[in-house]
Design a protein around this ligand. Structure first.
Ligand SMILES: Cc1ncc(COP(=O)(O)O)c(C=O)c1O
Length: 438
């Protein structure tokens, strides 16, 4: 007889077994890891029966809320019809999804390749760029995150997410991190020094040609670092002069999250040559997606397989996600509720000096915790996360120094939910502020 309940074991036993049988780097957000057993809409419940308002959505993945009936319904029906096909045959949901995405993606992006994760989507993009340009050198950003394979770990710009010797040919450009400008300058007087520096990086660290520049519109894991308005036009135009293409990693910023029609890069008015996504694309089912132009896709001539990539279940779910986002105007909602959330958090910043910076776009807002003199305060963030959890609110964390809260509620969040989140976040700040050091 199968267990009827996902947490028939006690929470304490599950924590013990987690510690014993899983890799040790998992479930580390809270001092006592949360054991989740159920999710519905904006709420999740833990094994002790506590309810939480979810403002992190499984790391910006459950964008429509937990177990969304339209998406889950489509996935279940597809599982009962045809669960797996492989890349040897054509399956309908994959083709329909690719057709839809060709119309929704920016500019000339048209041909898709599906995988299972953002990591694989970026691996695919890197192969495409290297085949198309015949060049291996790639420019990436410090503070970035692009995945956990050996290649994508090497592309990442945060030491704690990197392991082993880096893959060669990857060069890290300073990040457009205005709050902690790597050049000690201030926008706009800086004249975009961080973007212009790419030219010297190419001239000094490569043979003078590059395959690609890879970047997230807003650096997610890096702590929602949000570049200034002219940033991408400047840096991409220089990279293109040296033969490189622009790979835009929309794994976190896609699907209306930042309050644009669908893509984060729209805020910066630049068309990518390759775009990748995952996370929110199928509301929690595994999927990765790489799209490029007709011309660039032609360079991918060797045989290729992704066993589970483009499977009918994940692609049917993704079709459901897109329909819900467009029909329910969720990107507009992300823009409107995001403004409310941003204004509320800026008010809290004015009242609590331990909040050094509030940044982001739409429903992707970073709150950077500091001690005096802008010293990163991961300890204060840790206290704040415990204090918000205690009050029934889940928030994420990021940043090189582990001191940035990542607030990213579901796209269909209401104004009432935002007000409730702000009330809890304010109460928790009042609890944490006294621990700020001079
Ligand atoms: C911007 C970005 N790219 C790529 C990835 C990797 O995606 P996945 O975890 O699905 O492999 C992530 C994951 O957090 C991400 O935030």
């Amino acid at each position: 007889m199968l267990s009827q309940h996902p947490a028939a074991d006690t929470a304490e036993n599950l924590r013990r077994k987690q510690r014993e049988y899983l890799f040790p780097n998992l479930a580390t957000l809270y001092e006592e890891p949360l054991v989740l057993v159920r999710g519905e809409g904006k709420y999740v419940w833990d094994a002790e029966g506590r309810q939480y308002l979810d403002a992190f959505g499984g790391i910006l993945t459950v964008g429509l809320g937990h177990c969304h009936p339209e998406v889950t319904g489509r996935a279940v029906r597809q599982m009962q019809t045809l669960q797996h096909a492989s890349t040897l045959y054509i399956n309908e949901p994959q083709v329909l999804l690719a057709e839809k995405l060709a119309h929704l993606a920016p500019g000339r992006l048209k041909r898709s390749f599906f995988t299972n994760s953002g990591t694989e989507a970026n691996e695919t993009a890197m192969v495409v760029a290297r085949l198309y340009t015949g060049c291996d050198d790639v420019i990436v950003l410090r503070h970035s995150y692009h995945g956990r394979s050996m290649l994508t770990m090497s592309m990442g710009g945060t030491h704690s997410y990197r392991a082993a010797a880096p893959v060669p040919g990857i060069h890290h450009l300073a990040s457009p991190y205005c709050y902690r400008c790597p050049f000690g300058l201030t926008y706009p007087a800086c004249d975009l020094r961080c973007a212009k520096d790419v030219e010297e990086l190419i001239q000094t660290a490569t043979c003078g040609r590059v395959a690609a520049f890879v970047a997230e519109p807003i650096q997610g894991v890096g702590g929602f670092i949000t570049p200034p308005p002219e940033y991408f036009k400047e840096v991409v135009s220089i990279v293109r002069r040296y033969g490189g293409i622009f790979i835009c990693d929309e794994v976190q910023t896609g699907w209306g999250r930042t309050g644009t029609y669908l893509w984060g890069i729209e805020h910066w008015g630049v068309e990518p040559d390759v775009m990748t996504s995952a996370k929110g694309m199928a509301n929690g089912l595994p999927i990765g997606w790489t799209i490029t132009t007709d011309e660039i896709a032609q360079s991918f001539k060797h045989a290729t397989i992704s066993t589970f990539g483009g499977n009918p279940v994940s692609t049917a779910a993704a079709l459901g996600v897109i329909e819900v986002i467009l029909e329910e105007g969720l990107a507009e909602n992300a823009a409107a509720c995001g403004r409310l959330l941003m204004d509320g958090l800026k008010d809290l910043q004015d009242r609590y000096p331990c909040v050094g910076d509030v940044r982001g776009k739409g429903l992707m807002i970073g709150v950077e915790f500091v001690h005096g003199g802008k010293r990163p305060a991961p300890d204060l963030l840790g206290r704040w996360l415990e204090a918000t959890r205690k009050r029934g609110l889940l928030i994420g964390k990021g940043g090189l120094y582990g001191n940035v809260a990542r607030v990213a509620p579901h796209l269909n969040v209401t104004r009432g939910d935002v007000e409730e989140m702000l009330r809890i976040m304010g109460e928790a700040l009042a609890e944490v502020q006294p621990y700020m050091e001079e």
